[in-house]
Write a protein that binds this ligand. Structure first.
Ligand code: ATP
Length: 573
């Protein structure tokens, strides 16, 4: 049972356990709710059939009902609501922890608003269904089964007339299940697309305004909203029609008991007490089944969300052991890689970046230089060949163990909406304020930080929105200084720096790079002329490697790149 809940409803182990408990509690609550009806029967028995009892019996039964209901409702509340809130917390943590172990490739294929929506919105919908629908549905089905046996045992004909319409009601809802799931799924997918469009429109405000696209974007968003509204209305009409039809069918249960019961009563085939008992049971079951219909619809509604959560949790994680690395040569052997199956990016790249050396990657734009850096740092996993550090294939090293040894400065800097101090401290958790400030000095950040309203304590806005491109870049370099890892990866770090800053940072970088394995990409070929090894990438392969002077004679591609760089420097607007 627990396993079934875990698999079907994407619950955690504890969540599945709690659901079993809350379903049992709900079953007993339904059962206990029948006791007042029995009290009513006793009363009728006395009133109509003259079987007298002392008042104490009524008081005793009432007291049992009150205490029993209080205890059961407390258990039900605790296992239904408190446990559900715990479960949604666990579920969110579980998804977040899965996401943290996924390769970057997963995120490039999934929109971030979609993932955020899954963690917040989908889990909230599952939480609501867990607390309001699922346990109640299971509890009621168990209760219905028990009561059905009792009703059939008491009188087959009357029992059948109560039960059959309820079964028909379930059947109708189940028959519409596929259609409901399909329509709700369509609506869900459409809503996700809308969220992506809104996010894009907000993120690209600058471009939208400067290219005068505001009207067009607004029209597109309105159209998408209208489409989703149409899909939603269609889905709801279907739910409404099915539910109303199923509800009407339920009334047959009451009508049936009244008609057949009256006939049997007047024919002397049963006494009045039986008749009232069956009538009360039919009323209770009808009310319960009506509510359960809504619960079933809610279960169909969350089907797409459950599938989404499951899909995230079943994505293969990046695995590897906590290997201890001692030497830091990076050996690439026949590495092949593509972002999507149709377009190979790297078609067999082999070279070694040695410790204590600077290795520069050069090549035309889009030839795969950044991709190689991503593979070296396991931000993506390659498909064929091998990348070895300290003789170990990096796919066998946990990302944690690997990231501990790698400092990366990419051209796209990501900063958090927190203070300058904390943004740099990300380079080395637990670093003292003094260490952070030293790294900031080395990265030439001090001057602009001193101009900020609260210095190091200034919050820098979402992704450092209040800073210039060069300032953001320098904070990212400060992180690398602070981390001081044995492998340093630098991708176009000077792209957003002015000449003065670049010169100062170069001097600091030269100190940072000593004794390390440094891999660098720079479009300013001048800055990598002194590299120990320059690797020329062309058409997804290594075309040549060597020192600057050697390559000028041996590599046509390199010569071409140097000439283009010189032309670019001479270019004037
Ligand atoms: N996340 C991604 N998903 C799909 N394709 C990608 C992704 N990142 C890069 N590419 C494609 O892979 C190819 C290589 O990109 P890469 O960034 O490695 O080139 P590069 O040599 O570093 O380019 P540049 O010098 O312009 O920065 C390009 O054609 C690019 O469009």
């Amino acid at each position: 049972m627990k396993k079934l809940f875990r698999n079907r409803l994407a619950l955690t182990e504890q969540g599945a356990k709690d659901l079993v408990r809350s379903s049992i509690a709900t079953f007993f609550c339904y059962t206990m709710n029948m006791v007042p009806a029995m009290l009513l029967l006793l009363f009728f028995d006395q009133l109509v059939l003259g079987h007298t009892r002392s008042n104490g019996v009524y008081f005793a039964v009432s007291a049992v009902i009150l205490v029993g209901l209080y205890v059961l409702l407390s258990i039900e509340y605790n296992s239904l609501y408190n446990a559900t809130y715990r479960e949604s917390e666990h579920l969110r943590i579980d998804i977040a922890s899965t996401l943290s172990k996924l390769p970057l490739s997963y995120f490039s294929k999934h929109d971030l608003s979609d993932l955020a929506q899954t963690i917040m919105g989908d889990v909230a919908a599952i939480e609501h269904a867990l607390s309001h629908a699922i346990a109640k549905l299971i509890g009621f089905l168990a209760f219905f089964a028990v009561v059905s046996v009792l009703l059939l045992t008491g009188n087959v004909k009357l029992g059948a007339i109560v039960i059959l319409p309820i079964l028909l009601n379930f059947l109708l809802i189940l028959l519409s299940k596929r259609m409901q799931i399909k329509n709700q799924g369509k609506y869900y997918t459409k809503l996700r697309k809308n969220a992506e469009s809104f996010q894009e429109a907000i993120e690209l405000q600058q471009e939208i305004q400067s290219f005068g696209m505001a009207k067009e974007i607004k029209r597109k968003l309105y159209r998408e909203m209208e489409e989703s509204e149409t899909i939603h209305i269609r889905a709801e009409i279907l739910v409404g029609l099915t539910m109303n039809l199923a509800s009407i069918v339920l009334y047959l249960s009451l009508v049936g008991v009244i008609v057949l019961g009256s006939v049997m009563l007047f024919a002397g085939e049963m006494n009045l007490l039986y008749f009232i008992g069956y009538l009360l049971a039919a009323m209770k079951l009808k009310d319960g089944a009506e509510a359960i219909g809504q619960n079933m619809a809610e279960l169909f509604y969350i089907d797409s969300m459950i599938r989404r959560v499951k899909e995230i949790r079943q994505t293969p994680l990046q695995t590897g052991e906590e290997a201890s690395l001692e030497r830091f040569d990076i050996e690439l052997q026949d590495v092949r890689f593509s972002y999507d199956a149709d377009t190979p990016i790297l078609k067999g790249v082999s070279f070694t970046a040695k410790q204590n050396e600077v290795t520069a990657l050069v090549g035309k734009s889009g030839c795969g230089k950044t991709s190689i850096l991503r593979l070296m740092s396991r931000l993506y996993d390659y498909e064929e060949g091998s990348i070895r550090i300290s003789g170990k294939d990096i796919k066998a090293i946990s990302t944690k163990a690997l990231f501990d040894k790698v400092s990366i400065v990419f051209q796209d800097v990501t900063l958090f909406n927190t203070s300058v101090l904390e943004n740099i401290r990300i380079g080395k958790t637990g670093a003292s304020d003094e260490e952070v400030k030293r790294a900031a000095r080395l990265a030439n950040c001090e001057e602009f930080i001193s101009r900020l309203p609260e210095g190091y304590a200034t919050r820098i806005g979402e992704n450092g929105a209040t800073l210039s491109g060069g300032e953001r870049q320098r904070l990212s370099i400060a992180r690398a200084f602070l981390k001081d890892a044995p492998i340093v990866i630098l991708d176009e770090i000077a792209a957003a720096l002015d000449v003065d800053n670049e010169k100062k940072i170069q001097e600091s970088l030269n100190k940072l790079m000593k004794g390390k394995t440094v891999i660098i990409i720079s479009h300013r070929l001048k800055s990598i002329e002194n590299a120990n090894k320059i690797v020329v990438i062309e058409d997804g392969k290594v075309e040549a490697w060597g020192k600057h002077q050697e390559l000028l004679t041996s590599s046509k591609t390199y010569r071409g790149l140097v000439e283009s760089a010189q032309l670019a420097e001479a270019f004037v607007y």
